[in-house]
Design a protein around this ligand. Structure first.
Ligand code: CUA
Length: 355
């Protein structure tokens, strides 16, 4: 009795699929477990569309399978089936039903597009998200703050993100927030969210973001994080985020000297110092970041060592960590192990951490 077992498996398959997708809930890049209204609205629209297309699927496949079985060729039966040409009732039905179904999908789609591109409220926090090959710059015009690869926002606040590009087309996407809008050179696209509520008000919530437009050699290494803070913590952050690194130890002092004398300062900026470079990520409050090189390495001593060593030793564009990256030093440039330690000590002491 193989037959019933096979059918049991077929019947259980959708249940297995559902239980599998429920496992994805905690995955940082799940699109079906959104935490914003943007994302929930899109998921609702997906649901309506899925119901409609499932209905169409069964409307077509059931009569089709039935006809295949009922009118199959039988042994010894030579009769030619009755030839039918034209049927007004059927023709009207298969025109009207799809039109109705399309209207059912069109109305909520149109309403959602209008809602998502409506003018944001006056008090919305404006953030500029600028795509670079291959990292993200976040600017807060209201506060004069610049960060890289980590976008800080207060919880449950309307934010307007203005998407720009410094070079090629990138695409802004935080899967759990919904939406996916391109950063196009010479254009400004916007995306409006109401930021999610904190799961635990005493902590910060991190949401993974990724560039989703093939933008060159290290496109796969162009991540960022949206960091949600409580309203008070965000306010504190805006006040301390522009503080330069504290230099207290001899090692940090050496790191600062190296940063300002080696080529670092020509590409990177650090608020409150002579470093005003605009080519690479702004390194003010670099110590707060969880990753470096746009989500490529953990931002700890080992990560810094790997990153700096590779930037000195590897021959571009064949770097091991981030191929094609502009983070390369010229021919004959040297960084000793002691230099790397000093630079790490200096940069990691720049922190505005309020969470
Ligand atoms: Cu930027 Cu892909």
């Amino acid at each position: 009795m193989e037959f019933p077992k096979r059918w049991l498996k077929i019947l259980l398959a959708p249940l297995m699929f559902l239980s599998l997708t429920s496992c994805f809930e905690k995955l940082p890049m799940s699109t079906v477990h959104s935490v914003t209204e943007w994302g929930n609205d899109i998921n609702e629209l997906y649901l309506i569309t899925t119901i409609v297309v499932t209905f169409v699927f069964f409307m077509v496949s059931i009569p089709f399978c039935y006809a295949m079985w009922k009118f199959r060729e039988k042994e010894g039966d030579e009769t030619i089936p009755k030839q039918v040409k034209g049927n007004h009732v059927l023709e009207i039905l298969w025109t009207v039903i799809p039109v109705i179904l399309l209207i059912i999908i069109f109305i909520p789609t149109f309403k959602l597009i209008m809602k998502q591109y409506a003018e944001p409220p006056e008090d919305a926090l404006v953030i500029e998200a600028i795509g670079h090959q291959w990292w993200w710059e976040f600017r807060y015009p209201e506060y004069g703050i610049v960060t890289a690869n980590e976008m800080y926002v207060p919880e449950q606040r309307p934010v307007t993100i203005k998407l720009k590009s410094a070079d090629v087309i990138h695409s802004f996407w935080i899967p759990r927030w919904g939406g996916k809008v391109d950063n196009i050179p010479g254009e400004v696209n916007t995306i409006n969210y109401v930021t999610p509520a904190l799961e635990d008000p005493a902590k910060a919530d991190y949401y993974q973001g990724h560039c989703v437009e093939l933008c060159g050699l290290s496109h796969a290494r162009m991540r960022y994080e949206a960091v949600v803070l409580s309203a008070e913590r965000f306010e504190t952050w805006t006040k301390v985020a522009k503080s330069p690194p504290k230099v207290t130890t001899a090692l940090q002092k050496k790191g600062q000297e190296l940063f300002m004398s080696k080529t670092c300062f020509t590409c990177h900026a650090i608020e409150g110092t002579a470093a005003k470079g605009l080519i690479g990520p702004d390194l003010t409050n670099f110590g707060d970041r969880r990753t470096l090189a746009a989500g490529t390495l953990p931002n700890d001593a080992e990560g810094m060592h790997t990153w700096l060593r590779d930037s000195v030793d590897a021959k571009p564009p064949y770097q091991n960590v981030k191929p094609g990256s502009l983070m390369v030093f010229g021919e004959g440039f040297e960084l000793t192990e002691e230099d790397i330690k000093a630079l790490t000590a200096y940069l990691h002491n720049s922190t505005a951490k309020t969470f």
